[in-house]
Ligand binder design. Structure first.
Ligand SMILES: NC(=O)c1ccc[n+]([C@@H]2O[C@H](COP(=O)([O-])OP(=O)(O)OC[C@H]3O[C@@H](n4cnc5c(N)ncnc54)[C@H](OP(=O)(O)O)[C@@H]3O)[C@@H](O)[C@H]2O)c1
Length: 216
């Protein structure tokens, strides 16, 4: 098996750390996110520290055709993806009916649709080689509804379900689908789209459970 991992949102704290772990084991990388400079900084760091090769692809996974573009670029460069790390994901805060629908559509596109598209595109090669690994980064948010982050939590439930179903379909092959469900991690996540609100989703859930009035 080759050992090249494609990491989406490698500019994120969790994505960069997953990339570092892979590089530390001598694996090459394809680093994907919108912020090209952050990716190039990570590329320099990892190539210097571990002697691996990292390729940067600047892409916005909120664009419907982004997965196809990323796949076309890796194919054209002759890069075989042995490990797909679907880490990209972000959220937003507020009552669903008050939120800008376009923001929630972008969350669904990044967290679910592009994840499914990338999985479909790269999984076929993995199955035909009978070798490969897919890691989906969901969240503990995938196990409960999330008042005031309704769409984010629902997308993570989708990722948990999708990953587990694919894992079952892959039984009997040497290809795996695994879902990682972190709890709260200190990253830039809360700064994105007003998640810095003092009312955390967990607190909201607790208060809803006890029928408390919620003002946002
Ligand atoms: N932090 C937590 O507490 C926590 C807990 C459980 C699960 N997770 C999951 O872990 C993963 C990484 O989260 P993180 O907290 O490490 O992230 P982060 O450090 O807050 O970074 C946010 C990421 O979102 C990306 N992003 C924002 N809008 C985007 C868009 N429209 N299209 C593409 N990318 C966009 C940014 O990438 P660019 O701007 O460079 O494109 C950036 O890499 C996510 O799937 C998240 O749901 C996080």
């Amino acid at each position: 098996m080759g050992n090249t991992a494609l990491v989406t949102d490698a500019s994120s704290v969790i994505g960069a750390e997953l990339a570092r772990l892979h590089a530390a084991k001598g694996g090459d990388l394809v680093l994907v996110a919108r912020r090209e400079k952050a990716l190039n900084d990570l590329k320099s760091e990892l190539e210097k520290a571990y002697g691996i090769k990292a390729t940067v692809i600047a892409a916005d996974l909120a664009h419907p055709d982004s997965a196809e573009k990323i796949f076309t670029l890796t194919e054209a460069a002759g890069i075989q993806i042995d490990v797909l790390i679907n880490n990209a994901g972000f959220g937003g805060h507020g009552k669903f009916y008050k939120r800008d629908l376009a923001k929630d559509q972008a969350i669904m596109q990044v967290n679910m649709v592009s994840l499914v598209n990338l999985t479909h595109l790269y999984l076929q090669g993995m199955v035909s080689r009978n070798s490969g690994k897919i890691l989906h980064v969901a969240s503990t948010a995938g196990f409960i509804p999330g008042p005031l982050q309704a769409v984010y939590y629902a997308t993570k439930a989708f990722v948990v379900s999708f990953s587990q179903a694919i894992a079952q379909e892959l039984s009997g092959t040497n290809v795996t689908s695994t879902v990682l469900c972190p709890g709260a991690v200190v990253t830039g996540f809360v700064e994105a789209d007003d998640l810095n609100n003092p009312h955390s989703a967990i607190e909201m859930y607790y208060r809803l459970y006890f029928n408390e009035d919620i003002r946002v």
